[in-house]
Design a protein around this ligand. Structure first.
Ligand code: G3H
Ligand code: ZN
Length: 286
């Protein structure tokens, strides 16, 4: 069933595992991720960026596509459909009205006070509809869709500010920027685990790790042990699926039926997602 992230993330914190947020890019991504979740008996969060929603035909169409596939596959595991990096109150409201069960309001570019004001407003609306909310502080580097943050702008969240934001806004989960990056890493990631521990101690809410692509398993496990309950992955599925398309087309230069290369691409996504669910420990938890 389509549910908010609230309960799944609390269970994840208690059980010391993390639920994956896998981003949707098109129909094949949606099929692959739902099939992986059902096969693995894992809860799952479907991340939808504003750019991806635009590409797929809007929020409503995305929700209906997810609902129809869940019915078709007889999905029994908990699934949340979550607006990723929501850019404004209006966008969050639009997603909520279209049937999203969760939203992120990304006010991380704003001064603290304004981020708190905006996040609070979104939480008030979302909670009326039983929709969960994620907020962010500090700035996650790298690029995703419309969002680009260069190295100089990227910054680590300050634990005291995190505590204030969570207390004053009543968000359900929280993404402190602690050195993770959207897209491939240049070298090994350098995550701020000391601060992560402090933020968890101060706020007590499930933490979210963005930029899940390319983080070594030992760091994933450490983050989970410190209170990370949600890990976002997009680039890794994009890389594995486009790699498969390149291989198939290179072997079959005459091929033109998209089903013949998008089908294998879908399989590649499914394999990648299953691998992540096992790494995150969410397999068998639904
Ligand atoms: O919000 C989405 C994620 O943070 C995706 O990050 O593309 O580096 O895996 P990634
Ligand atoms: Zn992100």
């Amino acid at each position: 069933p389509l549910v908010s992230m609230r309960e799944m993330l609390h269970k994840a914190n208690e059980g010391k595992y993390a639920v994956g947020q896998f981003n949707l890019n098109n129909l094949e991504f949606t099929q692959a991720i739902l099939q992986a979740a059902q096969t693995e008996k894992s809860p799952v969060i479907l991340g939808v960026s504003e750019g991806a929603a635009r590409y797929m035909g809007g929020f409503k169409l995305t929700v209906r596509m997810v609902e129809a596939l869940m019915e078709e596959y007889g999905v029994t595991v908990p699934v949340a459909i979550h607006l990723d990096h929501g850019s404004s109150f209006e966008m969050c409201a639009k997603a909520i009205h279209a049937g999203f069960t969760s939203v992120m309001i990304d006010g991380s570019h704003l001064p603290l006070e304004e981020n708190i004001e905006l996040t609070k407003k979104v939480v008030e609306l979302a909670h009326m509809f039983g929709v969960s909310v994620e907020a962010e502080l500090g700035r996650i580097g790298g690029q995703e869709d419309d969002l680009t943050v260069d190295d100089a702008e990227a910054s680590y969240a300050i634990p005291e500010e995190c505590d204030r934001l969570v207390r004053e806004t009543n968000v359900d989960c929280f993404a402190p920027a602690l050195g993770s990056v959207h897209g491939p890493y240049k070298g090994e990631p350098n995550l701020g685990f000391d601060r992560m521990e402090e933020v968890m101690k101060l706020t007590g809410v499930p933490l979210v790790l963005h930029g899940g692509t390319g983080i070594p398993l030992k760091d994933i496990q450490r983050a989970i042990s410190l209170g990370t309950a949600k890990i976002n992955v997009n680039t890794e599925n994009q890389i594995s699926s486009s790699k498969r398309v390149r291989e198939v087309l290179a072997e079959n230069p005459e091929m033109y039926d998209p089903r013949k290369f998008l089908g294998p691409a879908r399989e590649a996504i499914k394999e990648t997602v299953i691998g992540k669910m096992r790494d995150f420990g969410s397999s068998g938890k639904a």
